[in-house]
Design a protein around this ligand. Sequence first.
Ligand code: TYD
Length: 138
Amino acid sequence: MTVEDARIIDLPKFLDARGNLSFVENFKQIPFEIKRTYWIYDVPGGESRGGHAYRDNEEFIIALSGAFDVVVDDGKQKKTFTLNRSYYGLYVPKGLWREMENFSTNAFALEFGSSPYDEKDYVRDYPQFLKLKADEKI
Ligand code: TYD
């Protein structure tokens, strides 16, 4: 996987005077089956988190409110995606280093994963990530 495999996916948007509505479904807007949902909130403004790669987990990240950047890195190239609307999200395939940066004070990040939480799926050490990538093991 390379940073070119990470992509913004636009979501359906029902604009309505009563309030807008968007949604996601497995294998439709989200290109995998959701096995896990988690969210990140109350992040101090300007904070960063999520510096790691997954060996197998794919994810889809939406900024439900506020804004933050997701930086994806394949060991050769980095690409930064700014998420700041609830009607699109970022698909991050497995095997990429990713960090979430520049959280606004009111940011609410919703994340869907293709696998249940498993600490063994994480690579949290950047030099180890680079080695795994160079050896084509991730
Ligand atoms: P972590 O993945 O380290 O957060 P970040 O991606 O921002 O670095 O998760 C923080 C803690 O939450 C960690 O101890 C594991 C726990 N956790 C779960 O138990 N289940 C989950 O689905 C996630 C994402 C984290």
